[in-house]
Design a protein around this ligand. Structure first.
Ligand code: PMP
Length: 442
């Protein structure tokens, strides 16, 4: 008792003392059991490298590990509507084989040695020409080829962001962008994009916080499927020009329209040189190529290339060569026609099935393009809870919290309709409907 009177310490001090002893190998802890004085035999484990203690500080993964497991490693037999993926059955394998067979031997072997970080020059030219066709002025020096557009987001965060900088993002938005910007220590200001984008709120952010950049997915947004109307694009550019705001326009989906063509890219309207355009071949061709690109002013491209050099010197040139051949041999338009036709059918099938089987439990928007339906539970309960029940019925999707900067369970969820054929999609919606009924009855 006397000792206790003398040595009263806070709980944190005691925990820290235990940690310290543990790090020195003098005690060891068993979760749920207690802390024990280390015996000679226990010391063997000390020779193991304590990996977690060596890792640098990193923001917590916005997706809890339970959710991540449900989404990325579902039980066998699960129909996953979670991943945003093109259907492998639609990869143009025959065309790619033909390109390899007919053109590989005619290519100079040097093309497969080291090439400039900026990219394989025939590909930079082909991408610039493709963008010109979309009303985006660009030539080779405006293009940096990337190992997927995800790398572009990372490079931009390295080049433009310092801890504490503000960035503005739509809410909800692409998880990969949230993670990269947060890892750079940026503070995210959210611009709700469920209805009309509030340019008043954006201007307020610009004046109050002077954000480094605005990240937007104007066409078939991930996850909401929203398309920014033409007028809103013009108004946004006008506002951005007034404030010299850097806009990162991420555009993986605009070629995948199932009705009318979407409005022109923000980059095509860019009258002040502030829009950085990110594109990828992952959604329209095959994600395994890992080929994306950035279009921007040469001064930015050069700085990004320097940063990219630290990571991988240059993107894989066999993949770059293959995409070049695909573009230069005029194979893209035909392929796009095929996938648009097929995905439109799947979109319609999914819409009809959701309308027929789930309309009492959820609201949903029918997307005009892209990969996703964005759904919202009408009743009480969260989509995270729904996902747990769904796992029992072997169906999965991504709960809305994954697309938030501060993940909190909500009622929304994203389902991808492009990965599976119509038969599988129908079975998927049936399983979803069954889960919704079970959850509602509880
Ligand atoms: N941006 C958005 C909006 C995406 O949806 C994705 C893929 N899900 C990416 C970027 C990353 O694509 P990539 O495969 O080119 O890295």
């Amino acid at each position: 008792r006397e000792l206790a009177d003398i040595f009263t310490v806070s709980r944190t001090t005691a925990i820290n003392a235990y940690r310290n002893l543990e790090q020195q190998g003098l005690v060891w802890t068993k979760v749920g059991s207690g802390t024990y004085v280390a015996q000679a035999g226990d010391l063997e484990s000390l020779s193991e490298v304590p990996w977690p203690q060596l890792f640098t500080a990193y923001p917590q993964n916005p997706l809890g590990s339970m959710l991540r497991d449900l989404v990325s490693t579902p039980a066998p037999g699960t129909i996953s509507l979670a991943a945003g993926m093109a259907d492998p059955a639609l990869y143009p394998m025959d065309v790619l084989t033909e390109l390899f067979n007919n053109h590989l031997s005619k290519t100079a072997p040097e093309d497969f040695g080291h090439i400039p970080t900026e990219g394989y020059s025939p590909l930079r030219r082909a991408i610039a020409a493709m963008l010109n066709g979309k009303g985006i002025p660009a030539s080779s020096e405006n293009i940096l080829t990337l190992s997927g557009s995800q790398q572009g987001l990372y490079l931009l965060s390295k080049v433009l962001l310092e801890p504490g900088d503000y960035v503005v993002m739509e809410a909800p938005t692409f998880i990969g962008a949230i993670q990269v910007f947060q890892a750079a220590g940026a503070r995210v200001l959210s611009l709700p994009c469920s209805g009309k984008l509030s340019l008043e709120l954006l201007e307020d952010f610009l004046i109050r916080y002077r954000p480094k950049l605005l990240y937007v997915i104007p066409t078939y947004q991930n996850p909401s499927g929203r398309v920014m109307p033409a007028q809103e694009r013009q108004d946004l550019i006008k506002l951005a020009k007034r404030h010299r705001l850097v806009i990162v326009e991420d555009d993986p989906y605009s070629d995948l329209y199932y009705g009318e063509q979407p409005p022109q890219a923000l980059k095509a309207l860019d009258s002040y040189g502030g829009v950085i355009y990110l594109g990828t071949f992952s959604k329209i061709l095959l994600p395994g190529l890992r080929i994306g690109y950035i279009a921007g002013p040469p001064v930015l491209i050069n700085r990004l290339a320097l940063e990219k050099q630290y990571i991988d010197l240059h993107s894989n040139n066999i993949a770059q060569w293959l995409v070049t051949m695909f573009l230069n041999e005029g194979k893209l338009p035909g392929h796009l026609t095929t996938v648009r036709r097929e995905y439109k059918k799947r979109r319609d099938t999914m819409a009809k099935a959701l309308q027929r089987l789930c309309v009492n439990e959820i609201d949903f928007t029918v997307p005009e393009g892209g990969f996703y339906f964005w759904c919202k539970l009408k009743q009480s309960g969260t989509s995270q809870r729904l996902l747990q029940e769904a796992a029992k019925n072997r169906i999965s999707f991504v709960p809305g919290e994954a697309f938030q900067t501060v993940p909190t369970p909500d009622k929304e969820f994203r389902i991808c309709f492009t990965t599976h054929n119509e038969t599988v999609l129908l079975e998927g919606v049936q399983r979803l409907a069954k889960t919704l009924t079970q959850v509602t009855k509880k």
